[in-house]
Design a protein around this ligand. Structure first.
Ligand SMILES: NC(=O)c1ccc[n+]([C@@H]2O[C@H](COP(=O)([O-])OP(=O)(O)OC[C@H]3O[C@@H](n4cnc5c(N)ncnc54)[C@H](O)[C@@H]3O)[C@@H](O)[C@H]2O)c1
Length: 492
């Protein structure tokens, strides 16, 4: 549809826009958007009557898809501690990708059996684990939904690393197949089950693109004037920066369709980059420890910087470090999800979209913050990503603030927890995994190579290279090689 999206200033758009902002093209200063914090118990915008805190809300049966992951595990524990009946569903594909990348969580995470039994011992709460591939085992997923009759499904179960999604055509195809089929299976299964299940999906701020809005990014929707002067409310234009981000844009379109066609109740959380490692629940027992990714594919920028400072090597900033991104602490991820679950949209209401972020920061400011704290050096290197060198980012997050979120901010003192984790487990770190080895396109790769960075053997490799890698990993043992190939194929 070709239209000129001239924004109207309405509650959908932004109530505190800079006077100079228009939808596209103007720049605003990045800042934390917390100005309406005083309105703590306003009603949600989703047709729900009054905001309900997670503690007050009814106890629910909840399926957590992707509950073995970085966000899913602590969220499952948090919900379980609140008294909800939690069933974790995961196909352990993230752990298989660790094998493929020859890298591991910095923290020694335990098997799902040990995790669940440790939580049972610590909390007395019964939490179950079902190993199931959401993207490929539709019948089992449907059967589980029909059998367990969940009130809510939280959908974390996607391949979530932008660099991994750009590594090569195998990883691009895997990311699209896994993420889009998985999301569609969840939607189709809920419709087929005939149950009224609230779906809460983890999306990303990256669906909006970075530096394209020209003003405050609203929470999902914008009011526009279409050609002919017609007023309409549409999703904010999608502007993905990687194959991974593109899958989240496709997810959004599926949500719009299933809400319109089947009146499904859906909440899409456009989350910023998550930092931090542990939560009050994961700290209760060493066996409950959360994962910490520091490698260039899965490690988010802050974790990579902290790892580098713990290892006493320079913090590597991509390009000028002028990229501005949104951040949220892992404890707030769990809190936001519990708020979303307590406040579902009414049947028939539009897809609810929240911007799940606490604050925005420029990458070079983050590097300076850590350098100041730890005395680390900073080194600017060529950017493996195809992205704007500098961007501004102002994001509305009033909905969660109005529902009672009090975000943890990334002040110097709050970095202590992650710094301690990075220092404690630094002997488990493989330094060679921190520098980039996934490149957005040939030009970025060439520029990085000219700069002196070279893709490792696990970069964008060909079939022949993949065979050679399997041969070397299995030391020529045919049986081991077949097992490794199966692992690779199961993520393809
Ligand atoms: N970590 C972040 O900074 C961040 C930021 C914004 C959005 N998100 C979103 O939050 C969600 C969770 O992110 P995360 O950091 O916990 O990622 P993660 O990779 O640590 O966890 C994802 C989990 O889903 C599982 N999974 C993947 N595909 C599956 C499938 N087909 N069937 C069953 N299980 C499957 C994986 O095994 C893994 O345990 C993702 O959807 C991600 O896009 C994360």
């Amino acid at each position: 549809m070709a239209f000129v999206a001239a924004p109207l200033i309405t509650p959908h758009a932004a109530t505190s826009r800079s006077s100079s902002s228009s939808l596209f093209g103007h720049r605003v200063t990045p800042r934390v958007v917390r100005q309406t914090r005083s309105v703590v118990r306003a009603s949600a915008s989703n047709g729900a009557a009054d905001a309900i805190t997670p503690e007050e809300g009814p106890k629910k049966r909840i399926l957590v898809l992707g509950g073995d992951g970085f966000c899913g595990w602590p969220t499952s524990l948090y919900l379980s501690e609140l008294g909800h009946n939690v069933i974790i569903v995961d196909n352990l594909s993230r752990r298989k990708i660790d094998l493929e990348l020859e890298c591991d969580s910095l923290t020694p995470i335990q098997s799902m059996t040990q995790r669940v039994s440790a939580w049972r011992g610590v909390s007395g709460q019964d939490m179950r684990f079902v190993m199931l591939d959401v993207a490929r085992e539709y019948d089992r997923l449907l059967d589980l939904i029909v059998r367990e009759k969940p009130d809510s499904i939280i959908h974390f179960a996607e391949q979530r690393a932008a660099p991994y999604s750009m590594k090569g055509s195998r990883q691009k195809r895997y990311t699209v197949n896994n993420n889009v089929c998985g999301t569609h299976n969840v939607l189709a299964a809920v419709v087929e089950s005939g149950l009224d299940v609230h779906i809460v999906h983890l999306g990303t701020m990256g669906v909006y693109g970075y530096g394209t809005s020209g003003g405050e990014i609203p929470e999902g929707y914008i009011d526009v004037i279409l050609p002919g002067g017609r007023q309409s409310t549409i999703l904010h234009p999608a502007y993905p920066g990687s194959v991974y981000h593109a899958t989240k844009c496709l997810d959004q379109t599926l949500f719009q369709f299933y809400q319109k066609n089947d009146a499904l109740r859906i909440t899409d959380l456009h989350q910023g980059i998550v930092w931090g490692t542990n939560t009050d629940q994961t700290l209760k027992d060493e066996r409950l420890i959360n994962r910490f990714d520091y490698d260039s594919d899965y490690g988010t920028v802050l974790n990579r910087f902290l790892m580098q400072s713990a290892l006493d090597v320079p913090l590597t900033v991509y390009g000028t470090g002028g990229q501005t991104r949104a951040f949220i602490h892992i404890k707030d991820t769990a809190r936001c999800i519990s708020i979303a679950i307590a406040n579902p949209p009414k049947s028939g209401a539009q897809v609810e979209i929240f911007n799940q972020i606490a604050e925005t920061h420029r990458v070079r400011d983050l590097a300076n913050l850590i350098a100041k704290k730890t005395g680390a050096q900073i080194k600017n290197i060529s950017n493996p990503r195809n992205e704007s060198a500098e961007n501004e980012l102002e994001v509305a997050n009033r909905k969660f603030l109005n529902l009672g979120l009090e975000p943890t901010l990334l002040e110097e003192g709050l970095l202590d927890e992650v710094t301690t984790v990075a220092a404690k487990y630094k002997d488990r770190c493989d330094k060679s995994k921190i520098l980039p080895n996934s490149f957005w396109n040939k030009a970025r790769r060439r520029e990085c190579e000219e700069f002196g960075l070279s893709a490792s053997d696990l970069g964008a490799y060909s079939m022949a290279e993949e065979e050679a890698m399997l041969l070397s990993l299995s030391k020529g043992n045919v049986e081991t090689m077949q097992k490794l190939r199966k692992v690779l194929e199961s993520t393809a």
